[in-house]
Design a protein around this ligand. Structure first.
Ligand code: FAD
Ligand code: UDP
Length: 370
């Protein structure tokens, strides 16, 4: 008898498996329908011997010392600060938009103070910031919105920014300084030997059994377990009884080049001219030395593996109907990006699962047992 059947061996599931096994002596079966652990962070060495991320580039960043230290028990870290250039008007300029971006793009020589006034003079002020269009127009105005955000967002989501919650483009700040980094979190690093190796360590415990190539619906009726932790898509769990929740997918096209480096930075974004949104060169992220290099093109699409929940009001309403069903199940716990339909980064998923672990411990404390 397993104490927990954990569905999904990504961050959400693996963190709970590790905590429950090592801190509460629970017996765990963790399963994944894919042929590997690690969820969307899975990485491996391709035919050329280059470490690549199967489901697109994953850069770890967090402001939480606790989460950084917790994961640090399962990997050493390679410090890495991601930098992104956007291909706009025939130039490669830094994104998030900052002082360098504006000076390069418009051939100016503004100071930090002057660039604030520049943004203010262009801004289309909104009374309420509700959509992803509002966020950008309100801060930098129409020209920069159209150059950097409108086309990229349409490709990524097949929606106009005005149809998406503000939270989506609000992920990308606007800066009046020369900070070209994509993230400003206190901790920015990559697992030294990759994510998959880190997951192997997370799940390396005598109480944890791992089963891949298995959809939980194939085995849930035959394997005895007391409670379930579910990290797959929530609508699938309930057999789409209220209809499908939209998740955005991506086709990743890899290309290995006979050159040591292909582009000037880890990622180049293509807001306008190409069918893909961005191109990432893995060696920047991993620090690997190799005479060749592998890049990945991201082509967003509607069908395929569910990668992104789509933040917009009607989807939140549909999700909350599924959540009401989930809340009624006392022996099934939902966590992770797909099961809670939240556009979470890796550290947020780890935080969510650590919080659920604490809740499970409180629920099973002797004074709370019936
Ligand atoms: P997942 O990793 O999706 O794991 C869920 C697992 O459940 C999957 O392996 C799936 O196969 C399995 N599963 C689903 N249904 C079933 C079933 N019925 N039976 C059995 N198994 C099932 N975050 C960052 O912090 N930094 C980044 O740079 C970053 N880049 C990203 C780039 C892309 C292209 C994408 C898509 C995401 C990115 N993220 C990034 C987000 C990151 O991938 C997620 O926050 C994190 O991986 C979510 O973990 P999870 O365990 O919730 O979900
Ligand atoms: N975005 C954009 N242009 C860019 C970068 C981002 O329009 O050059 C918008 C787009 O809607 C994107 C969102 O901001 O989906 C969030 O970008 P982020 O890089 O955080 O996306 P992720 O890495 O999660 O795919």
């Amino acid at each position: 008898m397993f104490d927990y059947l954990i569905v999904g061996a990504g961050f959400a599931g693996a963190v709970l498996a590790e905590r429950l096994a090592s801190q509460a002596d629970k017996k765990i079966l963790i399963i994944d329908k894919r042929n590997h652990i690690g969820g969307n962070t899975f990485d491996f060495y391709n035919e050329a011997g280059i470490l690549i991320h199967k489901y697109g580039p994953h850069i770890f960043h967090t402001n939480s010392e606790d989460i950084f230290n917790y994961l640090g028990k399962f990997t050493s870290w390679r410090p890495y600060e991601h930098r992104v250039l956007a291909s706009v008007d025939g130039m490669l300029v830094p994104i998030p938009i900052n002082l360098n971006t504006i000076n390069t793009l418009y051939g100016l020589n503004l100071t930090s103070e002057e660039v604030e006034s520049f943004f203010a003079s262009k801004a289309v002020k909104k009374e309420q910031i509700l959509t992803s269009e509002d966020v950008v127009l309100n801060k930098v105005g129409k020209d920069l919105y159209e150059k950097f955000f409108k086309g990229y967002t349409k490709k990524q989501w097949d929606l106009d920014p005005s149809e998406l919650d503000a939270s989506v483009t609000a992920r990308i700040p606007t800066r009046n300084n020369r900070d070209n980094r994509y993230f400003t979190d206190k901790y920015q690093a990559m697992p030294m030997h990759g994510y998959t190796r880190m997951f192997e360590k997370l799940l390396d415990h005598p109480n944890i059994k791992v089963m891949v190539n298995t959809d939980y619906k194939e085995i849930a009726d035959f394997i005895p377990f007391k409670e379930m932790i579910y990290t797959g898509p929530i609508d699938y769990f309930f057999d789409y009884c209220y209809g499908k929740l939209p998740y955005r997918s991506i086709e990743f096209i890899f290309d290995t080049k006979n050159e040591e480096n292909h582009q000037p930075t880890g990622t180049v974004n293509y807001p306008n001219d190409q069918p893909y949104t961005r191109v990432t060169e893995f060696k920047y992220l991993t620090g690997q030395q190799h005479r060749q290099t592998t890049i990945v093109y991201e082509h967003p699409k509607a069908e395929g593996d569910p990668y992104y929940p789509v933040p917009r009001p009607e989807n939140s309403i549909l999700y909350s109907r599924y959540k009401d069903l989930a809340d009624k199940l006392t022996k099934v716990h939902f966590t992770g990006r797909l099961a809670t339909y939240k556009y979470y980064n890796m550290d947020q998923v780890v935080a969510q699962s650590l919080k659920l672990f604490k809740k499970l411990m409180t629920l099973s404390a002797p004074e709370n047992r019936i």
